[in-house]
Ligand binder design. Structure first.
Ligand SMILES: Nc1ncnc2c1ncn2[C@@H]1O[C@H](COP(=O)(O)OP(=O)(O)OP(=O)(O)O)[C@@H](O)[C@H]1O
Ligand SMILES: [Mg+2]
Length: 262
């Protein structure tokens, strides 16, 4: 029988409803609209890891690391020490503005480099999403080894939208599957953040089928007030709550409101 080691989510309330948190080595999807608290949830996870001496990596794809760090510093759980040597929270900048900072030579990556992202039949092409993902994966795997990373947050999986493949969802899904499977093979526990498409309940790359769990954040308008809710719609290997959980965002980050009939 496989041993199921749990990795705390960073939010004790959620751990209590999920048999102790994420299963070690799994990929967990956090889905929700803009402003739902996805990044803040990811920061809870990384800072909780830092407290436990489990180093974390934030893979920034949209909001640059300096902005995430600036916004995070107002929360009570933030600790500057985690960014000082020896770093416990590391941030990689893969935002479009960060691309300009890339020195291709410093990547020790070239056409001849053995591709570590194993997606069958995907050619090397400097301008393509597969090559971009190869580079990202290469740098992530380097950091994981160098800094003994145990927790990763990918915020968000937006890179798939930086390139236009029209309606070729099969191709995008193949890439997303390959990318996330290769990250999982690094034996880290991952939160992948995904934005909800405004026209559909489903995300674009089939990541909800690839992921081991799905945490769905949402915002409702109730009597003129915004109500924040979280549903766990999937969690493989886990007897998780099926309740809709209410939360707030305060200076302490995400805090949950005990369901009334509990
Ligand atoms: N100190 C605070 N007190 C109360 N609410 C806060 C505080 N700081 C942030 N928020 C709320 O958190 C929201 C931002 O959360 P977060 O950045 O995690 O959202 P997100 O889901 O990552 O959004 P996006 O998809 O745009 O990146 C703000 O819009 C605000 O409503
Ligand atoms: Mg965010």
């Amino acid at each position: 029988m496989f041993e199921r080691v749990r990795v705390t989510t960073g939010i004790p309330f959620i751990d209590a409803y999920t048999q102790g948190g994420f299963i070690k080595g799994t990929t967990n999807l956090l889905i929700g609209p803009a402003g739902a608290g996805k990044t803040i949830f990811g920061l809870h996870f990384l800072f909780d890891g830092a407290r436990r001496n489990e180093n974390g990596l934030l893979v920034a794809m949209q909001e640059p690391p300096w902005a995430i760090r600036r916004d995070a510093s107002s929360f009570s759980f933030f600790d500057h020490n985690y960014f000082a040597e020896p770093e416990k929270v590391i941030m990689l900048d893969f935002t479009p503005s960060g691309w300009e900072l890339w020195d291709p030579d410093s990547l020790s990556y070239s056409e001849d480099t053995e591709l570590m992202l194993d997606v069958e039949g995907v050619p090397y092409d400097e301008t393509s999403l597969p090559t971009f993902l190869h580079k990202i994966f290469y740098l992530i795997s380097q950091k994981v080894e160098e800094k003994k990373i145990e927790r990763i947050v990918i915020d968000p999986l937006a890179a798939f939208r930086f390139y236009d493949y029209g309606n070729d969802y099969g191709f995008l899904r193949k890439l997303a599957t390959g990318f996330l499977a290769n990250i999982a093979a690094l034996n880290v526990t991952t939160i992948a953040i995904s934005e909800l498409s405004s026209t559909s309940d489903h995300t674009l790359f089939g990541e909800e089928y690839i992921a081991d769990s799905i945490f769905h954040l949402d915002m409702l308008s109730v009597r003129g007030e915004m109500m924040r809710i979280l549903r766990i719609t999937k969690m493989r290997g886990t007897n998780h709550t099926t309740k809709t959980l209410r939360y707030e965002i305060t200076n302490d980050g995400i805090s949950f409101i005990e369901p009334e009939d509990d």
